[in-house]
Design a protein around this ligand. Structure first.
Ligand SMILES: [Zn+2]
Length: 262
């Protein structure tokens, strides 16, 4: 058994395993994304001090059997929690979406301190001012970037031409596509995108700390239609890269149809 010592991280998702265990996908600064088994985790939350859930930054004592794929989670402590957010369904939906995206897109066992910072930055922003679409866009773009798929927003994703007279956004070809190259962008996820929506995405990508993106939610330079087009373009790209429907997005769609504004 290799004992790693206690490491700082977050739980991205948990899945019941056998009668009493929990399988958890976690993100750590030190190990990157890993999957660990919490033996007895379904029955004894005490040993894990409530740290096997979203909205908790924890210190996790991990060990690993030789040649094992899965880590063992021995114990855990809460370092910080963002539980007040849990009463806001839209905030929880945003947190769940980013957790699902990180869990699906980031490479396993590749140390990635920035990914953990992004998750925590989202929770901080949700706690500070509630859900913000622009903050969500900033974190989506940063996660896509970390996963090696930064969307092309300044130049054509196909030919690289920078005086971008963008015609469409093509999630499969990797972003904005110029008028010339758009002729062969014909897959299902392709959508028209205008200069305003692209400018909004560039502004979201350019902020230093994700929380600083919030003023873009009410920035008069951008119309609600442009914000919607920008959201749909990024979501289409995330969806394409994950390769299967994201549960958190289905939940967000349900909230939207029930009249909440995600
Ligand atoms: Zn082009």
């Amino acid at each position: 058994m290799t004992i790693s010592g206690a490491v700082l991280g977050v739980v991205l998702r948990t899945t019941p395993l056998r009668e009493s265990d929990l399988l958890g996908g976690q993100q750590h600064a030190e190990h990157g994304r890993i999957t660990a088994v919490a033996r007895g985790g379904r029955k004894s939350q005490r040993r894990f001090a409530g740290a096997l859930q979203l909205l908790v930054l924890g210190r996790y004592q991990l060990g690993r059997p030789p040649r094992g794929e899965l880590w063992n989670l021995e114990s855990a402590d809460i370092v910080r929690d963002w539980h007040p957010i849990a009463s806001d369904v839209v905030a929880v939906a945003h947190a769940s979406y980013i957790a699902e995206l990180a869990g699906a897109l980031l490479p396993t066992e590749t140390p990635e301190p920035h990914a953990l910072e992004l998750v925590v930055a989202l929770w901080d922003a949700l706690a500070a001012g509630g859900p913000s679409p622009a903050v969500l866009r900033t974190i989506e773009i940063a996660l896509l970037d970390l996963a090696g798929h930064r969307p092309a927003l300044d130049a054509c994703a196909a030919c690289g031409r920078s005086e971008l007279d963008a015609a469409v956004f093509d999630p499969i070809r990797g972003g904005a596509i110029c008028r010339t190259c758009a002729a062969i962008s014909r897959n299902a996820g392709v959508r028209p995108i205008d200069a305003g929506a692209l400018a909004y995405l560039r502004a979201a990508a350019a902020v230093e700390a994700p929380g600083d993106a919030r003023p873009l939610d009410s920035d008069p330079r951008f119309t609600p239609g442009e914000r919607t087009a920008a959201r749909e373009a990024l979501v289409a790209m995330a969806q394409h890269l994950v390769g299967k429907p994201l549960k958190s997005l289905e939940y967000i769609a349900k909230l939207a149809s029930a009249g909440r504004k995600p």
